[in-house]
Design a protein around this ligand. Structure first.
Ligand code: HMG
Ligand code: MG
Length: 315
């Protein structure tokens, strides 16, 4: 316990990674209702949308409409994915988008499925995108997907993922988020790879992006914390997946992560009860129950409390 940090940052990706994978095409007004619910929780970093091709990700085809309506000067850092210079130019129209995130995979086949180009072609494009974004005063995050396994190629060479991460950092990305895109990493593998990455990158430049396909995401986050990593991506209610990674399920649920962090006396600045309120908005927006375990338990507890209160009123 003494080796754990006193503070951690939760990077909320539900509006992007969650909604991009929901079957329902959510109207912009409902997304904005979720933005406002999340703003009330104390979260300081929210990934709002993606400036990608609407043909590839129709769920986020309203990125411009949404970005235009994001509250200015909210004190919250809004992020958005950009795949290329065209995406960056769109993002730069909105001063509220203070972070842009480039993304690529550590495995060729997944990269090809996701962005229709090779890893080398992606990196060549980012050599233009990252410095341009920094010159425009935006922070740059970079995702490396399929670090713990690829849905098409299976095992991925960790050294290849590491070389990509180091190159993205060299190009000017301040944080590299390591993606377990298909939720296949187990705690031992997370610990080993964190150690490997930390040999060449500072802990502050790394984040973990864990999907919970096999129920290991929370244990994996704990291993990351123990290794020294303090930023974790998560999505409200556990919404999410990757449309170009068959079988990938939701991200680590934000409430589950925050419950664990607070239980370890690690400050997040987040109010868990308000996060549950936001989770209820997310359920309405998604139009389905969400897999987050803490949210499911809290909903049941609130139902029992309401029934008791009604019974007391009737007595
Ligand atoms: P392409 O078809 O190879 O490229 O797509 P293109 O340059 O020929 O463009 C095709 C069309 O898209 C053209 O329009 C372009 O103008 C347009 P058309 O002439 O056919 O009408 N276009 C754009 N439109 C709007 N904004 C843009 C843009 N760029 C081109 N920025 C491309 C290449 C990269 C655009 C496409 O493959 C794409 O958008 N892919 C996005 C895939 C994606 O968003 N995947 C999910 C996010 S990654 C993820 O979830 C993993 C992560 O969570 C981490 C983890 O879990 O590991 C981050
Ligand atoms: Mg993801």
């Amino acid at each position: 316990m003494s080796s754990l940090p006193s503070r951690a940052t939760v990077y909320e990706v539900g509006l992007r990674d969650g909604l991009q994978n929901e079957a329902r095409l959510v109207p912009t007004s409902e997304k904005l209702a979720l933005v406002h619910a999340l703003l009330g929780t104390g979260l300081r970093r929210l990934e709002a949308t993606s400036f990608v091709s609407p043909k590839w990700i129709p769920q986020l085809g309203d990125a411009d409409e949404l970005a235009r309506e994001l509250p200015p000067s909210s004190g919250v850092d809004f992020g958005a994915l950009v795949p290329n210079v065209r995406g960056l130019k769109r993002a730069l129209r909105y001063p509220q988008i203070t972070t842009v995130a480039v993304f690529l995979s550590a495995s060729e086949t997944h990269n090809r499925h996701n962005v229709n180009r090779s890893i080398a072609e992606s990196l060549k494009g980012f050599a233009e995108v990252i410095p341009a974004a920094r010159a425009a005063g935006r922070d740059v995050r970079a995702y490396v997907s399929t670090v713990w396994g690829c849905p098409f190629e299976g095992q991925v060479d960790p050294k290849k993922a590491l070389d990509i991460a180091v190159e993205l950092h060299r190009l000017g990305a301040t944080q590299i988020s390591l993606g377990d895109t298909i939720g296949i990493g187990n705690p031992g593998q997370i610990a080993r790879l964190c150690e490997l990455f930390l040999e060449r990158l500072p802990a502050g430049a790394l984040a973990l992006h864990l999907h919970d396909t096999r129920g290991t995401a929370l244990a994996n986050a704990l291993m990351g914390l123990m290794a020294g990593i303090t930023t974790f991506d998560a999505s409200v209610g556990g919404m999410g997946g990757c449309p170009y990674a068959p079988g990938a399920s939701g991200n680590l649920a934000t409430e589950d992560l925050v419950y664990m962090l607070h239980g370890l006396d690690i400050e997040t600045g987040i109010d868990l009860s308000k996060l549950v309120d936001a989770g209820l908005v997310a359920r309405r927006v998604a139009g389905r129950d969400l897999p987050g375990r803490y949210l499911t338990a809290a909903v049941a507890e609130r139902r029992v409390a309401r029934a008791k209160a009604e019974a007391n009123r009737g007595a």
